[in-house]
Design a protein around this ligand. Structure first.
Ligand code: GLN
Ligand code: ZN
Length: 770
């Protein structure tokens, strides 16, 4: 029995400070390196991570360092470790029955006729996980030794690390029923079978040298899953009795972050485990503690979601409060895995020094945790300097110029600013747009080619003069518009070549934001984004998108959609100031966008899309918090779009298919047309839309852009027929699931051709002239 370390983190970014993992994985996919070379790079990254974490103050041999590497996704890792591979990939197992990298990556990405696993957002973050498919036919068996091997690898390097794996309840709670399942099948009904495999895994982890294991069970705190919290708590109780009762196992830490533990705490307190991690950033310190029977309480007091240095003194107060409540042992930790923040703020050479002094990226958070841990082991006085320095930075932030801008705050809002005329009136006015039935469009971006990225990099480094860069971008627009004309799309886009990222681009052009050089955060698989830092009051010094949209419109007699990112998404994909309510910040962004829409209209743009792919993602996990969130988020969208004239068609785009969950909010956005992801979930969303009686325009995606696969005409046609059978024709649009920026041109053009062809077939059939 070794005690739980005084300080730890729940997980660490795995992509590498310079996205080394992304580069290696993509080189492997492209056939440029072999599997052994990929494994070598990954092992090198893991070794570097352990050394770095030890250097930052986590113990080498006390299980403080999490073993939290993943090649693609931790949910996929857990699913495949217990053998839950959908039958369409079964034949890809290695000869000995284990699931190796080829099967792993194929399940993640799809190939030919084998559709990949669905992908969706991980709790209230912008990280996407792969949705396991589990049915009565799933045969659970230990099918991968990866995690065990990593523990052994660490031991060989002189470390004793703490393996981290998604726990059995969360794995099943996030799963969907496999295609072979009978109606109403609940993956949670397979709990006992899965737990049996975890028992086996725990024994192997122990044998490899793990003193502690971390089971991530965030499903237990979510009220946004199909299973109720009571069902989830029951499942946890059953699972932990078996896991905790196993004869041969490491000590168990159960982590249930992303919201308050609430009623789950007593359940975990009575389980035969040794430690509980509790999120004290999203949840408050409980008023009292149940009998913890000797367990360590791991207080998640350092925010794993955000990059602010924060109130370290307040964090220490929370740990002391846990002690005062009688917790048998208290450790300091991050609230969640540090997966959601970039590696190291010292990698930023261009950020203003004053701003840097307010920030903590992953490595700085590790240092904060180790300071708190020292305070716990010694006393508060031992870490007074660290606590005081953080408090001084907070005070400095409050008074720095730009944090509060008088002109921004002086803009008064009236009730009428949040509404347009009725949908009926708008629909009538928009007949003048003269669109065919099933109008064909795309979501906005076209492939970001190597040429585009090179030109942008040269421009950013000052090697390409602005005039030349802009001329280059106009040539891109020429090409993209001509391509869309040639394909026969109805509503065109300019292609977004000028945007590195849909949020960062606006951040760079608005006051109140800063952007990083190396602040990458994993979004899904090998994809990473660089969230901007929204630190001050937001305003628009000049029009942002108008010249590009107007230029594109000048090239075509068809409508070109203006393309903006909505306020909620700008907030969701940035690191946002935490010194005022989000709704206040959202309205500042909304006003800047509202002015942009007015300018687009004046420039002759008749259709304007305001993307809100993140609307669902920020939805609080607790039901009690959801109404307030939906109110401010919907209002900010309405404030942004409320100034548009009736004939201007406002589109929005949402990046997921769980339409039902936020249907009231989508209705309240009151966009004229909403495009939504649907291809991966095979148009299931259309039934939801029909059921809810949503009557505005809707474009359920017919092409899964997360996968390199080209959908066939027949496949798209059948998706479209499903849509036309459930929804009136006048409502329907045809579009891909999302923007095309991550795809290559060949697959994009082939897919769009198939979409156009399938649409023509369906149009003929419904007797509408194409
Ligand atoms: N307009 C954006 C694009 O096409 C939307 C992307 C998104 O929703 N994530 O790239
Ligand atoms: Zn999208």
């Amino acid at each position: 029995m070794t005690a739980f370390p005084a300080g730890t983190i729940l997980g660490y970014p795995r992509i590498g400070r310079r996205r080394e993992l992304k580069k290696a994985v993509e080189a492997f996919w492209a056939g440029r390196i072999d599997e052994a070379a990929l494994e070598t790079t990954a092992a090198g990254l893991r070794a570097a991570t352990r050394e770095r974490l030890a250097e930052l103050g986590l113990g080498r041999e006390d299980s403080a360092i999490p073993e939290s590497f993943s090649y693609y996704d931790q949910v996929l890792d857990a699913a495949l470790t217990v053998g839950a591979i959908p039958s369409r990939f079964e034949d890809l197992r290695d000869a000995d029955g284990t699931i190796g990298l080829p099967a792993y990556f194929t399940a993640a990405r799809g190939e030919g006729d084998r559709a990949p696993l669905e992908m969706t957002k991980w709790f209230d973050s912008n990280y996407h996980y792969l949705v396991p498919e589990i049915g009565p036919e799933t045969v659970f068996s230990l099918s991968s030794s990866r995690l065990v091997d990593q523990v052994a690898e660490a031991v060989a390097a002189g470390f004793r690390t703490r393996p981290v794996i998604v726990g059995p309840v969360t794995l099943l709670a996030l799963a969907k029923a496999s295609d072979a399942s009978p109606d109403g099948f609940d993956p949670l009904s397979r709990l006992d079978d899965v737990v049996a495999v975890y028992v086996e895994l725990l024994a192997k982890l122990k044998a490899a040298g793990a003193d502690w294991v971390q089971l991530d069970e965030p499903a237990l705190v979510s009220e946004s899953l199909p299973a109720t919290t009571v069902q989830l708590a029951d499942a946890a109780q059953r699972a932990l009795v078996v896991l905790g009762g196993a004869a041969d196992r490491p000590q168990i830490l159960v982590a249930a972050p992303y919201a308050a533990l609430g009623e789950v705490l007593p359940v975990l307190a009575s389980a035969p485990i040794e430690a509980i991690a509790i999120d004290l950033v999203r949840g408050a310190v409980p008023e009292s503690l149940p009998d913890l029977a000797g367990k360590t309480l791991v207080g998640g007091v350092i925010d794993g979601h955000n990059i602010w240095r924060g109130d370290l003194r307040g964090a220490f107060d929370k740990l002391e409060a846990l002690r005062a409540l009688g917790a048998p042992a208290v450790s300091a930790s991050t609230s969640t895995s540090l997966l959601h923040v970039p590696h190291d703020v010292t990698d930023e050479s261009k950020l203003d020094a004053r701003l840097v002094s307010w920030l903590a990226f992953a490595d700085q958070k590790v240092e904060q945790v180790t300071a708190l841990a020292r305070g716990l082991v010694e006393d508060r006085a031992a870490v007074a300097d660290a606590l005081d320095a953080a408090t001084a930075a907070l005070a400095d932030r409050q008074t720095a110029p730009g944090v509060r801008d008088g002109a921004v705050r002086a803009r008064a809002l009236a009730e009428a600013d949040f509404s347009r005329v009725s949908y009926e009136e708008r629909e009538a006015a928009q007949l003048a747009l003269d669109l065919p039935a099933l109008p064909l469009t795309t979501i906005g971006s076209f492939p970001q080619t190597g040429d585009i990225r090179r030109a942008r990099a040269q421009f950013t480094r000052g090697e390409l003069p602005q005039d030349d860069y802009e001329a280059f971008l106009r040539t891109e627009i020429d090409r993209v518009v001509a391509l869309q004309e040639d394909l026969g799309l109805d509503v065109l886009v300019h292609g977004e070549a000028e945007r590195n990222d849909m949020v960062q681009y606006f951040a760079e052009n608005l006051d109140g934001f800063a952007v990083t050089e190396n602040g990458w955060v994993q979004s899904y698989g090998s994809r990473a984004t660089r969230p901007s830092i929204l630190w001050g009051d937001v305003s628009r010094p000049a029009p942002i998108t108008v010249s590009w949209s107007a230029y594109a419109q000048s090239l075509s007699a068809k409508h070109v959609k203006g393309m903006l990112t909505g306020p909620v998404t700008i907030l969701a994909w940035s690191f946002v100031r935490d010194d005022q309510p989000l709704g206040e910040t959202a309205n500042q962004v909304a006003l800047a966008l509202r002015d942009e829409i007015t300018d687009l209209e004046a420039a002759g743009i008749a259709i304007i899309q305001v993307d809100e792919p993140a609307l669902r993602e920020l939805l609080p996990l607790k039901k009690a918090d959801q109404a307030a969130y939906l109110e401010w988020s919907v209002n900010s969208f309405r404030l942004a779009t409320g100034g548009a004239a009736a004939p201007t068609q406002i589109h929005t785009h949402l990046c997921y298919s769980e339409f039902g969950v936020v249907i009231d909010a989508i209705r309240a956005l009151d966009a004229d047309v909403t495009s939504i992801e649907a291809a991966r979930s095979r148009m299931e969303v259309v039934a939801d839309i029909a059921k809810y009686g949503f009557d505005h325009g809707v474009g359920p995606g017919v092409y899964d852009i997360h996968s390199p696969r080209v959908p066939s005409v027949a496949e798209i046609e059948s998706l479209l027929r499903r849509a036309t059978s459930e929804l009136p024709l006048r409502q329907l649009w045809v579009n891909p699931d999302c923007g095309l920026k991550t795809r290559g041109y060949d697959e994009t053009v082939a897919s769009l051709r198939n979409i156009v062809e399938a649409t023509h077939r369906v149009r003929e059939d419904v007797n509408v002239p194409a």
